[in-house]
Ligand binder design. Structure first.
Ligand code: PGA
Length: 256
């Protein structure tokens, strides 16, 4: 059984009050695609305004602190994200793993903190071009999962995993469908060995240069349960055709 698709936007460090018009437009258009789950992960400071601009639409953060409060200057806790109106957060994005030197342990602690508060989590993994070049992509992502997946999936909140090859992010390059399929099958196997039967319910998103022109092909790959979209999520005109592609795959019952 194919899982319902989740298409989440990652606005990264983009988004001012003047961009709420795009949040509104995306939320309004989403009603035409009830078979797809949608979310926008916006800068923390924009969450409350985005949530007010689009009632009922899933708004998320892009990172979360592992502690619930305390002396952590600049930190944002899971409870703060929830309080602002978020229902999910990204953790372990490669831009944070690299630029902020976040370890697998830290990503795991963040995911567990968010899930235990009831915040859904998109946990990112992905290899560098150098690792892909020497044939180590599947092992590297396997090791990231071993180190960063939360210990259990006991609560109500949902975990999703996003496979984002670092070399595909913002570059216009994407892996072949065979490479994506191989990686998603391997991630599915890791989820199964960690969580047993529940691992089959964890959605695995692909991320990295997803665009209206390639989305349909990506969504048709087995075990691709959605997408994490950066640049093409900033404007409704780019994001909605990607959602439409997800809905079309569902509608065709391609892998159901
Ligand atoms: P991109 O970013 O779609 O702009 O490549 C994806 C991501 O980093 O989540």
């Amino acid at each position: 059984m194919a899982l319902r698709k989740l298409v989440a936007g990652n606005w990264k460090m983009h988004g001012l009050s003047s961009d709420l018009v795009e949040v509104r437009a995306i939320a309004a258009a989403s009603h035409a695609y009830p078979q797809v789950d949608l979310a926008l992960c916006v800068p923390a400071i924009l969450i409350e305004r985005a949530a007010r601009a689009a009632p009922g639409f899933a708004i998320g953060g892009q990172d979360v602190h592992h502690a619930d409060k305390g002396a952590h200057t600049g930190g944002t806790s899971a409870l703060m994200l929830l309080d602002a109106g978020a229902s999910l957060t990204i953790v372990g994005h490669s831009e944070r793993r690299d630029a902020h030197r976040e370890s697998d342990d830290e990503v795991k602690a963040k995911a567990e903190a968010a899930l235990s508060c009831g915040l859904n989590v998109i946990l990112c993994v992905g290899e560098s071009l150098e690792v892909r070049g020497r044939g180590g992509a599947v092992d590297t992502v396997g090791a990231q999962l071993a180190g960063s997946l939360p210990a259990s999936l006991d609560g109500e909140a949902e975990l999703a995993v996003a496979y984002e090859p670092i070399w595909a992010i913002g570059t216009g390059k994407i892996p072949t469908t065979a490479e994506i399929g191989e990686m998603h099958a391997s991630i599915r196997a890791s989820l199964g060995s960690r969580y047993g039967a529940d691992g089959a319910q964890v959605r695995i998103l692909y991320g990295g240069s997803v665009k209206p022109s390639n989305a349909g092909e990506i969504f048709a790959i087995t075990d691709v349960d959605g997408a994490l979209v950066g640049g093409a999520s900033l404007k409704a005109a780019d994001f909605i055709p990607i959602v439409e592609a997800a809905a079309a795959v569902e509608g065709r019952g391609f892998i159901a």
